[in-house]
Design a protein around this ligand. Structure first.
Ligand code: KG4
Ligand code: ZN
Length: 331
């Protein structure tokens, strides 16, 4: 069995995965959303302190599995350095105390493997990863051959929802709240721009759309923002945010066909995005894979699933070599 730890942002999570069967034996996650909500976003130092409280509590529940463990896995990149450090420090201590090898896991690969929790892998697969930190398209040929096809020039898809939510004091995380408000709104009331519409490149950008939304909110605030205004802003923003992704994916499919397509990451819970991609895949005769909703946001089960494959090919690191990285350039 492998014990895996995730602490790259605001979720403290530990999982135990059986190596041979890939079965998830134990999984727990303590989310900090409530504590960050009043600040409209994740406060790194507060997040680190909460991880320091939550992770040992979860670990206490895993003690019975310690004699069966073969390795300790931990997310070491990308993420917030102070929060990653909490998980990595715990992993180092466990590796030393239990005399077990250490596996450093790429968090983004974790999101991809959220598709494969207690399942076999699907390769080759083209994957849209939409989270609070990333908006990427990845081509995964096999476990070790993954290539980044597109990324964002500035904000990510999920982050833009968080920021729009903050502008209207709706709370954090913004994705579910903005989506909910949008369901009651008129998507055609405001004509927000679809980013990079004219650009031939397959890349993303959300800062221009975010600023257009900010300007509209400021204008409306002169007479007081009504509940209907909020819902209409949410719906109109979401329409452009999703249209941007769809335009780029359609462009990609013109040059690169894919048999299997998948959406992963916390923001893949977005209904409008899921529906639009479902329709496109149906049209193109492509098979669409979605991670189960409970594994869309950050969790240690997905880290454990990556770790199983790394264990099989003896992809280990050491206490001295493992480092924390806020960004990574490739898979
Ligand atoms: O993957 P995740 O849990 O954390 C990161 O690795 O970033 O993703 C969290 C992000 C947040 O930005 C949140 O607002 C967004 O996913 N999100 C959504 C929805 N649910 C969560 N964004 C849009 N629509 C949603 N329904
Ligand atoms: Zn994530």
């Amino acid at each position: 069995m492998i014990l895996s730890i995730e602490s790259s942002c605001d979720d403290s999570s530990i999982a135990i995965t059986e190596i041979e069967t890939k079965k998830l034996i134990y999984h727990k996650k303590i989310s900090q959303e409530l504590q960050h909500s009043m600040y409209g976003g994740v406060v790194p130092e507060l997040a680190a302190r909460l991880h320091a409280e939550a992770l040992p509590k979860i670990l206490e529940e895993c003690k019975e599995y310690f004699p069966k463990l073969k390795a300790i896995a931990v997310t070491n990149a990308p993420g917030l350095s102070v929060t990653l450090m909490e998980g990595v420090t715990m992993a180092k201590a466990l590796s030393l105390a239990l005399d077990l090898p250490l596996i450093a896991v790429n968090h983004l690969k974790g999101h991809i493997y959220s598709l494969f929790i207690e399942k076999e892998e699907i390769f080759p697969c083209t994957i849209l990863l939409v989270s609070g930190g990333h908006t990427q398209i990845i081509e995964a040929k096999n476990h070790e051959n993954m290539r980044l096809l597109a990324t964002t020039l500035d904000d990510s898809f999920g982050e833009s929802f968080d920021k729009v939510s903050k502008m209207m004091n709706l709370g954090y995380p913004g994705g579910p709240i903005v989506q909910e408000k949008g369901l009651k709104g008129d998507e055609n009331r405001f004509d927000f721009p679809v980013p990079l519409r004219q650009s031939p490149n397959i890349e993303f950008s959300y800062s221009g759309l975010k600023n257009a939304v900010r300007m509209q909110i400021e204008k409306l605030e002169e007479n007081g923002l009504t509940e209907q205004d909020i819902c209409d802003i949410a719906a109109s923003f979401e329409k452009s945010a999703v249209a941007h992704i769809m335009q780029k994916i359609k462009k990609l499919f013109k040059t690169k066909s894919a048999k299997n397509f998948a959406i992963v990451g916390g923001a893949s819970a977005n209904i409008r995005l899921r529906t639009a991609i479902e329709e496109l895949c149906k049209q193109k005769g492509m098979k669409l894979y979605l991670s189960e909703l409970k594994y869309c946001s950050d969790n240690a089960a997905m880290i454990g699933r990556v770790a199983v494959e790394q264990y099989k090919r003896a992809d280990f690191t050491t206490i001295d070599d493992i480092d924390v990285k806020t960004r990574i350039k490739e898979f």
